[in-house]
Design a protein around this ligand. Sequence first.
Ligand SMILES: [Zn+2]
Length: 234
Amino acid sequence: MKVLAIGCHPDDLEIGCGGTLARYVDNGHEVYMCYIANGDKGHAVIKPEKLKKIREREAYESAKLLGANKVFSIDIPDLLVKASKEDIVLKVMEVIRAVNPDLIITHDPDDYMEDHRQTSQIVFDASFSVSVPHYETQSKATSVVPLYYMDTLAGINFQPEEYVDITKYIDKKLAALDKHESQIKWMSDHDKIDFLDFVKTVSKFRGLQCNVTYAEAFRSCHTWPRGTTKRLLP
Ligand SMILES: [Zn+2]
């Protein structure tokens, strides 16, 4: 299978589904990652133009560690991710068509910040619009595929429907997240937040809900024609 995960900021996929992506790769599937916002405002000292380049490199290194085939950047400045902007939807459509995935993973519509909620809406729109041949981008039209929403930050307001056992992949998930040094180190030094422990705690909490040590939680988008009789998560 080809799996396309579309997150908002450069580190969001590692937080929400990094273990699942590593497990897909280990099971022989192709994983493609895409982030919409370039992360340029995620620091109080490093200026946006410089930070954007740092975060691009961190995202690339993390994707490499997870074993992803490719990482796409839509390159939208932080806080300007809007589903009402057609140019953003078209860029995401082109990524989906270029990959032609069997399933897509993105943010939950009820996540904690507006850029994430807009990303969820953009992916919902784009992943339907790809099937309309006369709505053209460079690549040809592809089918509407199942869409999965990954856990919200800290798991708030999220009722899981399916779990993925990531016990074997928790170290890889955290190592990938740790590649986002501009975020992890900043939060540790200046806000005294141990973000690796934060993310590990959520994985452990989801794990106890499904009787494994560490897990990631998902729910699926139920609109037509995204239903399937198969278990697509690993
Ligand atoms: Zn984010």
